[in-house]
Design a protein. Structure first.
Length: 227
């Protein structure tokens, strides 16, 4: 990206940070995605070539470091000290966006793959049963996709194909409603009461289910009403 030709620190920072996709790539890395395929999961609409190009740029600019495994088959991307300092910037940008720009979810913003990927990072691991729990999400309305979360006391996996385990909890959710619940725009109990979201499975797991999930890290931000 051509530089602004200004000595201003805002201009210099923007030359690195304000390029398309770069803030979202850093969001993913700072939230724990460290492999190329994980970054793709958090950025479903980016092309592989653009992602590879941006990672090279971020490494060149000193925001991330690339580490190859001993066998050379896997590459890990980790933030540098400069990259880690961007966390507060990105978080505050999200707070501002939630307050002023993201008053509601539009149809064109719907992305169930990203939703489940976001959700899997916000699991209360200490609230999970001491065994594997498989949750199947059947979306209705705007999307009809079926996705799975495999919950373990130490880690969580998102599956786009049947993981091959017995399902413990079935979630049937109106796509728009679940997005709104995730963002804090719609109370989860109200979604259950209206049956926009339905839970099926053993009563003890259904009862525990809400406690397994935190909402979006921006769900506490109340949108400012439009004029």
């Amino acid at each position: 990206m051509p530089g602004y030709g200004q000595f201003c620190p805002v201009a210099k920072a923007s030359e690195v940070f304000a390029e398309r996709w770069t803030p979202l790539i850093m969001r993913e890395i700072l939230l724990g995605s460290s492999h190329f395929n994980e970054l793709e999961r958090g950025l479903p609409r980016i092309s592989r070539s653009v992602l590879a190009q941006r990672l090279k740029s971020l490494e060149r600019d000193g925001l991330i470091e690339r580490h190859a495994s001993d066998n050379g088959r896997a590459t890990t991307y980790l933030p540098t000290a400069a990259g880690r300092e961007l966390f507060d910037v990105i978080h505050q940008l999200g707070v501002w966006g939630a307050r002023w720009m993201n008053r509601d979810v539009r149809d064109e913003d719907i992305d169930v793959d990203l939703l489940l990927w976001d959700m899997h990072r916000r699991i209360n691991l200490d609230q999970l049963p001491a065994r594997r729990v498989v949750v199947q999400f059947q979306f209705t309305g705007i999307s009809s996709k079926r996705l799975w979360l495999v919950l373990l006391p130490t880690e969580v996996a998102v599956c786009v194909t049947d993981p091959g385990f017995d399902v413990d909890v079935y979630v049937t959710a109106d796509t728009m409603t679940l997005h709104r619940v995730w963002l804090g725009h719609h109370p989860f109990p109200s979604a259950l009461a209206s049956r926009a979201i339905q839970l099926d499975g053993p009563s003890d797991l259904v009862r525990q289910f809400p406690g397994w999930f935190q909402l979006s890290m921006f769900s506490h931000v109340s949108p400012v009403a439009a004029d």
